[in-house]
Write a protein that binds this ligand. Structure first.
Ligand SMILES: *[C@@H]1O[C@H](CO)[C@@H](O)[C@H](O)[C@H]1NC(C)=O
Ligand SMILES: *[C@@H]1O[C@H](CO)[C@@H](O)[C@H](O)[C@H]1NC(C)=O
Ligand SMILES: *[C@@H]1O[C@H](CO)[C@@H](O)[C@H](O)[C@H]1NC(C)=O
Ligand SMILES: *[C@@H]1O[C@H](CO)[C@@H](O)[C@H](O)[C@H]1NC(C)=O
Length: 474
């Protein structure tokens, strides 16, 4: 309610206000600004532990690649000036300066403008838990240059994370980064003024909140309300009961519990009933009204990529690619705001940080098989505005899972060495409807006597739409 009033008030000064409601039918392409595209460097290799040369101008020049892939939002790295070598942006030095490696403030404005002209929204990664100094010399930070702005020195331990010891998680340091004390009213007010400035100065559409579990929810509530735009929090944890407390302070969270479940099911030929159980538990834990704003993802910069040999011991084998495509298709069609990590469409195989943060600029191939696969799914999603529809489970058993989002029917299997055939009797289609698989031209089934058959061959995914819509898409 407060958000809506604020949004209306802000609309007078801004042209619009991107609330969670408006984000429901967007799909987000996550990229790292230093790695996506560059106007400074043509290098084909780089030390991934330092700056590689990606910048705002580079992104701006390569927006069509993202647009053609079917995404209508990007999530970019933190934008502010960082300590030396912090190419990722999570070690801020001056939160009112733009990271000079990425370009100028004007370059950022130009990028956002160019995005908006292509109907691509911009989500910025926000760090308000810590500053970038790892010592006790706060004087180089702006505007938090005094020890009184920070918590006393201690480091969050693995046990603190494992036991959800929020007292320590909130007051101690992550990687020894100077931990801001948001109970200090100067710090809290300054951070809130800063985020308002970022959103209005750069015309931002959404924020992704880093290290969300490490700051009190009551602070985040004020912080996110001050922006009036959609916020996704990062709580890197698989426990829904723990995540729940951050919904409200933030509109949605990176859906780590779903990530862990799906990754396991698709990688390990798992029981697909687990997906049904997952959704049941999620509904019980968060409540129906919160679920559309959670954000599911297929990979990210904090985890070894699905296709790396650090996951499951094998690199991108044909089988693993099949599994990854199923997982990615599930991410893009299921309820929540989908996020796809850059390079997925080119089957990147990087392992743990920083190996999963590859240079993109030699890989803009719009004809790759996976690029086309993802593009088709995004097109199908858009053609029937699936992102704004409820998700209804249509079938679940050990080997098969299917749901609809409005007119879109999606079917998956985790059994890759056999044909899985199911008769669907619970569905929204009238007899005589011809359903066609958007991923394979000419693969259509007829709804007859209230049912139709879905035939998944060797681990394939099918996305059905009524034929007339598929024809219009082509
Ligand atoms: C990159 O290569 C292209 C084509 O060879 C060249 O025109 C351009 O100037 C190069 N850019 C940089 C920053 O070196
Ligand atoms: C901190 O910043 C303020 C405002 O910019 C400045 O007046 C003050 O001298 C700085 N303090 C330190 C310790 O650098
Ligand atoms: C997104 O949904 C809104 C209604 O919820 C609709 O007005 C808009 O056209 C949709 N956008 C797309 C791209 O489908
Ligand atoms: C549909 O039902 C009718 C009447 O029950 C039956 O005659 C017909 O064979 C059925 N068709 C199919 C394809 O099952």
């Amino acid at each position: 309610m407060f958000n809506q009033i604020l949004c209306i008030m802000m609309m007078i000064s801004l042209h619009y206000c991107r609330t969670k409601e408006e984000w429901k039918n967007r799909t987000i392409y996550q990229l790292l600004t230093d790695r996506y595209a560059s106007t400074k460097s043509n290098s084909t290799s780089c030390n991934l532990g330092n700056y590689c040369g990606g910048n705002f101008k580079g992104i701006e020049k390569n927006l069509d690649y993202i647009k053609n892939l079917g995404f209508d939002a990007i999530w970019i790295s933190p934008i502010v000036q960082n300590y030396d070598g912090a190419y990722h942006g999570y070690a801020a030095k001056n939160i009112y300066q733009i990271n000079e490696h990425f370009g100028t403030a004007q370059d950022l404005k130009d990028l956002v403008n160019a995005c908006h002209q292509k109907d691509i929204w911009v989500m910025i990664d926000i760090v308000a838990n810590h500053m970038g100094n790892q010592d006790l010399d706060f004087s180089r930070n702006y505007p938090f240059n005094s020890s009184s702005h920070f918590h006393d020195l201690c480091e969050i331990s693995d046990t603190d994370f494992a036991t959800h010891n929020l007292v320590n998680i909130e007051r101690c340091r992550l990687f020894m980064l100077a931990d801001l004390n948001q109970d200090n009213s100067y710090v809290a007010n300054e951070l809130i003024n800063w985020i308002k400035w970022v959103v209005s100065e750069f015309n931002i559409d959404g924020i992704r909140i880093d290290t969300a579990m490490m700051v009190k929810g009551e602070f985040w509530k004020k912080f996110t309300e001050a922006t009036g735009i959609y916020s996704i929090g990062e709580v890197f944890d698989g426990d829904m009961g723990f995540l729940k407390q951050f919904i409200g302070p933030m509109d949605g969270l990176l859906n780590y519990p779903l990530f862990f479940t799906l990754r396991d099911v698709f990688l390990h030929w798992g029981d697909m009933y687990r997906i049904e159980s997952f959704y049941y538990n999620q509904l019980q834990t968060y409540g129906k009204n919160n679920i559309p704003y959670m954000a599911q993802f297929n990979d990210n910069h904090d985890n070894a990529r699905f296709l790396s040999d650090e996951v499951n011991g094998v690199s991108a084998s044909a089988l693993k690619i099949l599994q990854f495509k199923a997982f990615t298709a599930f991410t893009l069609t299921s309820i929540g705001v989908p996020i796809m990590y850059y390079g997925s469409e080119q089957l990147f195989t990087g392992g743990g940080d920083p190996k999963n943060r590859e240079i993109m600029w030699n890989s803009f191939n719009e004809n790759s098989d996976t690029y086309k696969f993802i593009k088709k799914i995004n097109q199908a999603r858009k053609a029937v505005n699936a992102g704004a529809q409820e998700q209804v489970q249509r079938y679940a058993d050990n080997d098969f899972y299917a749901f609809t989002r409005g007119q879109l029917f999606a079917a998956f299997t985790s059994k890759y060495d056999r044909d899985v055939i199911r008769k669907i009797t619970y569905h929204p289609y009238a007899d005589g409807t011809k359903l066609c698989n958007v991923l394979f031209t000419g693969d259509c089934v007829l709804v007859q006597n209230g049912s139709f058959q879905v035939y998944l061959r060797n681990g394939e995914v099918k996305i059905f739409l009524p034929e007339n819509i598929v024809v219009e898409m082509e």
